[in-house]
Every structure is written in C-alpha cells, then in structure tokens.
Design a protein around this ligand. Structure first.
Ligand code: SPV
Ligand code: MN
Length: 608
C-alpha cells in the first residue's frame, strides 16, 4: 500500500531525499520505487532531480567508487565492463511471459514464476551496502505525442551518469507527463558483485505487462541502461497495440539533409547495430538522433518522428577524423563530457580504439589488463567499445528540432545492413509495399554489439531483436502504417548498402567499394529524388540513381571524382545473387505462421 511505501521511504531516505520524492505524486510510481527498495535493500536512496548539482554529484561518486576513472582531457572518463559483458547478452535476456503469450520467434522467454524465483534468489538484498539512485526521465520531448516517461533505478553511478547524458530529465514534469500519456516505464538495475565468475547469474528481464525491466550482475550500458533497448521494446508494443496503424517505434537514426534553396529534408534510417547509423546521422546537415525514432502519422497527414534520446552511445571502432569529423572533435578536444567504455588507455591517459587513425601505441591497459603492441592478434580495444556524450556537443546537431514536441517531418526512410555482395549502394522502392519489403529483407553480418553473434543473419527492419510480438504481426503493422489513408505524404523508401566489396564485383582493389564519406552523396541524392529534382532508372528491384547525377553530387558534396567504372561496379545488378536472396527471404518468412501474402507478392514480382 502507499502507507507501506511511505514507511520504506522514511527508513531508507534522508529527510532531504524524502522531500525530493514528495514531489512525485503518481502513486503507482511511488509503489514501484518502494517495491524496488524492498527487493534490493540498499543502505540509502538518492533521488536524482536532474539538476546540474545532482549530475555533478553522480559523476563525482562514480570516480570515487572507481566505476569511472579520469582521462587526460578534462571532462573525459572511462569505464571498463567485464570481458563477458562487452555487448548485449542475448542468451541471458528474457521476456517474462504469461501462459499463452504469443512472442516473436527470435525472442527468448521465461515463465513468470521462474523469473520471480530468480529475483528472490539473486536480487533480494543485492544493493546492501550500496546506494540506490532513482531518476525520472522522458523518452522524447515533453508533450510529444509518443514521448513516454520512465523511471531508472540503479546502484551503478556509471549507469546513472550515462542516463544523465543520454536522456531528458523529467523530474519536474513527471506527474504531468504520466497523466498526459497514461503510462510510464520502470527500470531496475543492480550490478551485484561485478565479477567475471558471477556473470552466469546475469539476467535481463522484460515484463511487458508491467512495462518494467530488471537487470542484474552486468554493467555494459546496453544491458543495464534499460531506458535504451528495454524500453524501446515496450515502445514497440505501444505502437502496435495502442496506436495500431498510426505509430511505429524504430531502430532508426533521424537526420536532415540540405537541398537547393534552403530546403531541408528529413530522413529516418534503420540499420542493425554496428552498421553505420551514427555515421550516417552525423553525415546529414542537421543531425537529430542516431539510434531510435518514434514515428507517427500526424493530423495533417505527414509522417513525424521524434528521437527518444538526447545523447549518443556510439561505437568507436573506425571513428576517425576523416569519416566522423564532428564526433572526433568531441572525443579528442576539451569541452564535452564524455564517458569512454572498453577502450585502451595509453600511458598518457589517452583513450585509443581500433581504427582511430593514429599511430598504434606501444602499450596500454584495457578491460582485459595490460596490452602491448606485440600482442598481434589481440585488438587493443573491444570492437564494441563506446563513447557516451550529449548529442548537443556535435556541431551539426539540431537541438531545437530535437526538443520540438511536433518532431520533424520524415520524407525519406532508409534500410541498410552489412551486405557484401548483393544489393547496390542505393535503390528506391516503387511502392509502399516494396518499401516495407526492403525493411523486412535486411540481412547483415554479425557485429560485436551482440555477445556471441556470428554469421550473416536476417535482421528485419534492424528491429527484430527488439520486437516482442510475432514478426508477422509486426510486418502487418508496417503494411498498415505505410499504406494508411491517413498518411497523405508518403515517404520515399529506400535501401542503402555501404558494404559492397571489390571482390564481390570482380574489381582488382581490396576491401569496400567506396569510402565512408560517400554517404553524403547517397543522402544528397535521396534528398533530390524525394523532392522530384532528379529522375532515376527503373529496375526490377526499384529505382536506382543515374550516373550523371551522382557524378555531379560527388563533386559538389565531397569534392571527389566518381569514375563511371566505379558506378558500373556498384550499380550493376547481379541477378543470381538477388534471386538467391529473394528465395532465402521467401523461405525464411514462410517459416513464420501467418506471414503476409503482401510480402510474398512483392518477392514474386521482383523475382519474375
Ligand atoms: C545497439 O547495439 O544497437 C546499440 C547499443 O544501440 S545497445 O544499447 O547495446 O543496444
Ligand atoms: Mn542501437
């Protein structure tokens, strides 16, 4: 009861923090906080108001506890996760399910009773001797249609520090925003002993009924900062069941591209983890978000999107001056608060990572201990090492638009993955159905962001790891959304592929066809195409750019020559590969019960 909750607060919170909590009037929220305290039994509880002072306190405590350590540049810190905790621990991540709950074929599940047994055994008393931090946030601008408030509770100062950089604080608006939206998400994390031998105990549970996540015995942000992917999963549920056909919750960046005459066109793009979302987002002229997008159909028939986040939890591998000039500035110069995780720390307390474009250091320390240059087969940093910082630090971030509850109008949707040998760098769907099919057909080589992942996998909409309902339901929701009569201004839907290799196209060179900054050209072309300023060539898979237009854009946007021979290699359609791909997708989707005939029609037409 609320009386019992108040008693718990009297026992665990000092008077100042009791006063802070008194500002929260939503009883359900108070009950959940009290339950978390009763379960984890921290020595005391810190109510985070989001003030600059509280932000500074959490950061200071993190340094004192040793969860973070200082680097040479002021404002920069680093954090190491355990060697077993360097990416999302998919095998230890479960949905808590009720009997008969239908779930995606890709999701792991555990019956409610078993998860409760786990919590009794491992989470009861897990915060003894520690402080629990409680913060109030909102996933989107205050007042935005799809913004959902969330509570984050953790005993980790690193997690709370990250939350402060990545999310909008909502302590003052929490009651109002819960009333407006009619719901909120809850997240409880405890790092436990934080020892390798205890990693098998690590669990992440998502309880869709209570919109609550539990995470324990781990610290990697993707496993602990559950406002990110845990709550993205709940947001996907909301989109599908609360606002069917009107809302989507996507694993997409949002960025604006300048066109002629001051025009700005916004694009949202999906790609699996580690396939270039952050780079693409920042290659736009007005960067809004790099990981997640809440999209909805507005009253005026436009497609709108907001970013649930205000920060970046970006992959560092291959981030260098050439490909990521704005990001690297924040990482190599003073002026921005940054947390580096799982990098190498060299003798000058400088963070280093694979592909940072600088001379390889002789030695340093990483999450595994000491590293030296002669350890040839051991990378100096983990391939999923990350940087956490506020998006506003990035020079081309559009803070005003990322604060606007109306969001931005999306005119271009892209889908991409790591595809070395089949699809061209860019192709545009001829219909909404064909666009949905591009999303449904993403394939990608495994990256380091999922622990233990290998091989080439299907990654529908790059969102499959975060979709709880059976995938055919999600597929149907996509068809309904994009074909909706309410959506009067249909977006251009396109595929993008940066990962074609010379080898796959019979070239004499090595590695990838093209370079990172070419993305400026692909985005620039989409901007022109979406506004009717360039024509395209029609092919069975959709529309592809004409050589002359690309040549001009290469010169204008990145001052580079674009030989016709390269265009031919990139845009020739390798029919056998494409047909194989269509067959593979058709087979895979046929394994799913109730997969939409609409999708099979698109595949059949293209194959024909
Ligand atoms: C991703 O891997 O897609 C990320 C980081 O954005 S994580 O929080 O691990 O999901
Ligand atoms: Mn992501």
């Amino acid at each position: 009861t609320i009386a019992q909750a108040q008693e718990i607060f009297r026992q665990k919170l000092n008077p100042e923090h009791q006063k802070r909590l008194a500002a929260i009037t939503c009883e359900e929220a108070l009950l959940r906080v009290a339950n978390a305290i009763a379960l984890c039994d921290p020595d005391n509880v810190f109510i985070h108001t989001g003030s600059d002072e509280d932000m500074a306190t959490v950061r200071k405590l993190s340094l004192e506890k040793g969860e973070e350590k200082e680097l040479a540049i002021k404002g920069h810190t680093y954090h190491f996760d355990l060697p077993e905790d360097q990416g999302r621990i998919v095998a230890q991540t479960f949905y808590i399910v009720n009997e008969d709950e239908g779930l995606s074929s890709l999701a792991k599940k555990e019956p409610r009773q078993e998860s409760h047994n786990y919590m009794k055994q491992y989470m009861r008393g897990i915060m003894r001797g520690k402080t629990m931090f409680v913060g109030f946030y909102i996933r989107g601008p205050v007042g935005a249609h799809s913004a959902i408030p969330a509570i984050e509770m953790s005993s980790s100062t690193y997690v709370m520090h990250s939350a402060g950089l990545l999310y909008r604080n909502c302590y003052t608006d929490f009651n109002k925003e819960v009333a407006r939206r009619g719901e909120f998400f809850t997240n409880l994390h405890a790092e436990g002993s934080n020892r390798s031998e205890d990693m098998p105990k690590a669990r992440i549970y998502m309880d869709r009924s209570w919109q609550t996540t539990y995470s324990s015995y781990c610290t990697y942000a993707g496993n602990t900062l559950m406002m990110k992917k845990g709550n993205h999963r709940f947001a996907t549920d909301c989109a599908l069941y609360k606002f069917p056909g009107k809302e989507l919750s996507e694993h997409m960046f949002i960025t604006g591209i300048n066109g002629p005459g001051g025009r700005i066109t916004f694009c949202a793009g999906a790609a699996p983890s580690g396939c270039g979302k952050t780079t693409t987002a920042m290659a736009g002229d007005r960067f809004v978000g790099d990981d997640l997008a809440q999209m909805w159909i507005a009253e005026d028939g436009t497609l709108r999107a907001v970013n649930p986040e205000v920060g970046i939890f970006g992959i560092l591998k291959d981030v260098n001056r050439e490909g990521d000039p704005y990001l690297i500035k924040c990482l190599r110069e003073e002026g921005t608060e940054v947390i580096f995780s799982n990098v190498l720390i060299d003798e000058n307390k400088k963070p280093r990572w694979e592909g940072d474009g600088e001379e390889i250091p002789a030695w340093g320390n990483n999450y595994q201990g000491q590293w030296t240059k002669d350890m040839q087969d051991v990378p100096m940093s983990h391939p999923n090492s990350r940087c956490t910082l506020k998006a506003e630090a990035i020079e081309n971030h559009d803070k005003a638009r990322n604060s606007d509850p109306k969001g931005v109008q999306i005119k271009v949707i892209t889908y991409s993955g790591r595809d070395s040998n089949t699809m061209p760098p860019i192709w545009v769907a001829r219909s909404m159905d064909a666009g949905v099919a591009i999303g449904a057909s993403i394939v990608s080589k495994a990256t380091a962001t999922e622990m233990g992942a290998t091989g080439v996998k299907r990654q529908p909409w790059a969102n499959a790891p975060f979709v709880a309902p059976p995938l055919p339901e999600y597929l149907q929701a996509q068809f309904n959304f994009y074909n909706s009569d309410a959506l009067k201004e249909k977006p251009v839907m396109a595929g993008l592929n940066y990962f074609l290799t010379h080898e796959a196209r019979g070239g004499s060179g090595k590695g990838l066809l093209g370079e990172k900054r070419d993305v400026h050209v692909w985005l620039g072309w989409l901007e022109l195409y979406a506004n009717g300023d360039v024509q395209a060539l029609e092919t069975p898979i959709g529309m592809i750019p004409k050589y002359e237009d690309l040549k001009k854009l290469f010169r204008e946007r990145i001052d580079k020559e674009y030989p016709e021979s390269l265009y031919t290699m990139q845009f020739s359609l390798y029919i056998d590969n494409i047909v194989d791909r269509i067959d593979m997708q058709t087979e895979a989707w046929k394994q799913e019960e109730n997969a939409s005939e609409r999708l099979f029609r698109v595949y059949a037409e293209q194959k024909e």
